[in-house]
Design a protein around this ligand. Structure first.
Ligand SMILES: NC(=O)c1ccc[n+]([C@@H]2O[C@H](COP(=O)([O-])OP(=O)(O)OC[C@H]3O[C@@H](n4cnc5c(N)ncnc54)[C@H](OP(=O)(O)O)[C@@H]3O)[C@@H](O)[C@H]2O)c1
Length: 224
């Protein structure tokens, strides 16, 4: 198993846990925005593991973007991590998977990618981009044996959501992992969860903006 993120100590700790269970773990302390380093890590993993079955592009950030202050720099950072980070993670594995005629390329998007929300312009755009990217990639890979998919969680209890007070339909991390694992095994396309959000998805997509403004008001100005 290959593990990629920036904090080496956490990666090493996780690798130890994985190895204690009898699997092999290779650590790559790389920033997903670094295109050449991500390609190098992918090539190294494919060589050491003699192939690849599954890649999960999970890295993502949700930061205040300073949109009301007219500052586009944090927006650029968010889009690079959440969107370019996903393409940097998945694309280097495409040739190997196509040659093998097997493999799954999964990206963690968000239910926020299904509908524009006030105060979430950059985050929503990045996740909508991930959903569209994986959908197009899946069609492009049709007939090769390789599957591309997007996982679209609602709120999940993780460090990212630790400071949030209102989280409708929030689920715990273990439940999210179980649901995502099942979706990967079943080769779902764009998998939205929990079920309440999956049911609401067509309604939300078509709801008028006045209704969206009422049910999902923008966060406080300092959080935007
Ligand atoms: N939690 C939710 O409610 C929720 C809902 C919908 C979607 N999501 C999505 O789920 C994914 C995981 O989120 P989470 O809630 O688990 O967030 P988290 O607790 O903040 O974890 C984010 C992970 O991404 C890694 N990461 C962040 N920036 C990176 C970078 N530039 N390069 C490499 N790794 C990077 C972090 O490791 P390092 O800091 O060590 O690099 C960390 O492992 C994200 O894509 C997020 O948008 C979360």
């Amino acid at each position: 198993m290959g593990l990629c993120a920036r904090r080496t100590e956490l990666l090493t700790e996780l690798a130890r846990e994985i190895e204690a269970r009898g699997a092999r773990a290779i650590v790559y302390a790389v920033d997903v925005v670094d295109t050449p380093e991500m390609a190098k890590a992918a090539a190294d993993f494919v060589e050491k593991a003699a192939g690849v079955d599954l890649v999960i592009a999970n890295a993502g950030i949700a930061i205040p973007t300073g949109i009301l202050a007219g500052n586009s720099e944090p927006i650029g950072r968010l889009l690079r991590v959440n969107l370019v980070g996903v393409t940097n993670t998945l694309v280097p594995f495409v040739p190997t998977m196509v040659a093998q005629r097997s493999g799954v390329l999964a990206a963690v998007a968000s239910a926020a990618g299904h509908r524009a929300l006030p105060g979430r312009a950059a985050y929503g755009a990045s996740k909508a981009g991930v959903i569209e990217f994986t959908s197009a990639l899946r069609m492009e890979l049709y007939g090769t044996g390789v599957h591309a998919m997007a996982l679209c969680p609602g709120f999940v209890h993780t460090p990212m959501t630790a400071g949030l007070s209102k989280m409708p339909f929030v689920i715990d991390l273990d439940t999210a992992v179980t649901l995502m694992s099942r979706a990967i095994v079943r080769r779902r396309r764009t998998f939205t969860f929990p079920w309440q959000l999956r049911l609401m998805r067509p309604i939300l997509r078509n709801a008028p903006e006045w209704l969206i403004r009422r049910i999902a008001p923008p966060p406080r100005p300092e959080e935007r």
